[in-house]
Write a new protein. Sequence first.
Length: 765
Amino acid sequence: MSRSRKGHSDNQITLDLGDDTQGGAPDDSVDKMLSTASVPETPPRAVDNSALLTSLEQTDALLQQWQQAQWIRPLDVGFARLIRDLSEEQGERPQPLVLLLAALASHQVGRGHVCIDLSNLLTDAGNTLSLPPEEPVHSSLSESEAAELTQLKPSDLFARTSLEECKASLDRSLAVSDGSLTTPLVLNENRLYLRRFWRYEQRIAEGILQRLALPSPLADPDCAPAKTLSQALATLFPAAESVDYQKLACALAARNRFAVITGGPGTGKTTTVVNLLAALQAVAADDPARAGRKYRIRLAAPTGKAAARLNESIGGAVNRLPLTELPGGVTLEDIPTKVTTLHRLLGSRPDTRQFRHHKDNPLLVDILVIDEASMVDVDLMASVFDALPTNAQLILLGDKDQLASVDAGAVLGELCQRAFDAHYTPATARWLSTITGSQVPAGLVDPNGQAMDQAVAMLRKSYRFQQDSGIRQLAEAVNSNTLDKAVLEQIRNADFDDVIWLNGHTPRPELEHTLAQICRHATTGTPEAFRNAGQGRVVNSQPLKPPVGYRHYLERLRNHGLTATSPRADWDALALEVLEAFNDFQILCALRKGPWGVEGLNDQMARHLLAEKLIPRSEGWYPGRPVLVTGNDYNLGLMNGDIGITFSLPWDKTATGEPKDTLRVAFPSADSTGGIRWISPSRLQQLETVYAMTVHKSQGSEFNHTCLVLPDRLSPVLTKELVYTGITRAKNWFSLITGDAHVFRDSVGQQVVRASGLALRLGEH
């Protein structure tokens, strides 16, 4: 949509947004101005509903009341105040509707949306904004004031407002443009953005489209590079499957400078990308234009935990490559196995959004692979495109059905909206068939396929879970929204070998009883509740031990037999054993606060383990305390998501020379060499106890036995994506405990839909 700014160009509100070619956020100055924006602490109490959209004072009072009730953030009110101040400085009387929309656009960013869709806002303001919030919040308002507030809901305010009115008001405002001017707000079609997030979306779309438009040296299936690729894929995928989706994904990703490979747990994303890199290096070696120079490849993930997990899996996959049989003389050194975090790769700068690598200082890389891409928000993804050389190839890996990033955007989900049906053009299907020898199913071919469709591959066969796996069937039922009564009865009755619903037959159990049940279950793993008490299961031809709980790692920690004279290597080996044992069980929560949340359950678990005499105390630092790092600490080499276990070590000495116990926290080494880093608790600043963690924090992780705890009431955070992600963190055993049986089923009916224009931008080309 091209919006005319006639009569406004001389007085248009512009901000010094900095040079957004430098990899930073273009609105850093807005953040600084917001910190000094005047926000009245005590707004007027009387709010006249009829005057809200015509009176600045009434609109300001409403926003202040919503802030006091914790419906919106002080930042949202401050942004509206900033728009008002800037408008008045330019001699414009700001319009109440524009200020209201500005505050709500900021509110939506806080909820993970890139923009606010005006059509959805006017159709269903309550659900679009999640206002009033379904979860009760602590408020400074009295009961009478709160009662008055509930009469002034967004749905009531926008019921009498049309889309035309909204757009006309925004079009008249000096604070809004179509993006061609550096205004604080950008209106594109029916989507209203904070400028910074509009720029992020622009950068990502431009980076993808620019790469899709580059001619591929493999486009002609009869050319030498394409034949080399075909030969390499035949070597890497010798199995004669009728449709080998991993092989198809490799071919498709090799042809494009931008590609996405998505698939559920156990579909072989890591194996696929390792084979892809080997095939690409074979093509590079046989390319005369490269004079034998191999590609410079980097591997990255959004969190330290995700990077460590990819490190573990990718090394084994590389060692299994039939390199001697590949064309071009590909060696182990040509395939990287070291994975870093995206922040470390880009060169994070403390206390700023800017990175060391950007357009003027790009990464030295030919191919960049990002794993767990569903966790990457628009801010970070835009920075990735800024830092990539123009011709560099970007490959995204991830599960499109997992939770989106904690921050704004759902980039992978948007890119994979059409992945299930593929929409490959007949030309793409013929090329894939020629290169791989595998026929593309007719249902995946679409003569009207878009350019973006030709760069997305979906892996459809699970190699981790057998067909009768309860974890697999439950995840599929949740993901496809087919969680019917039959499936619910199966998990209630423990009809699956690997899934139980511990209180599934109790519709709404007592809180105290359920919390005690969670603690007992987390201590032992409750193997007796599983079919055959968890005995007799065989996975990948290996007998599987019954499920365990936290007693497993704590007993290993206590009964080690090491002394002050034991070598450091023995203590390191013990720490690795304990960390691995801790990974055998994990409580996952949907919420952070309250008795059903992480904070409440961590406290409950510590007190229960103390009562069981498994830990010496329940507060502060003590041997056995598991901790989760919640922020990157580059000085210590710790990343957000790293997990450590506290030990009491007899390494120090008293004044008389006797051994003295000292607490140290053991973390796996960052380079995945199997080493241990021992860190003093006093040096750890950003962390929390982690008997329970949120499902969001669990992304990029995998646990032998996962227990998902759902609360006693439905809330907006309980969605299909959250439940699916929680289930698929389980490798061999999954247990469910609910505060209300209906919440499990009802959560699956809610889906994360984040407002954005990225998919639309890409679909237009």
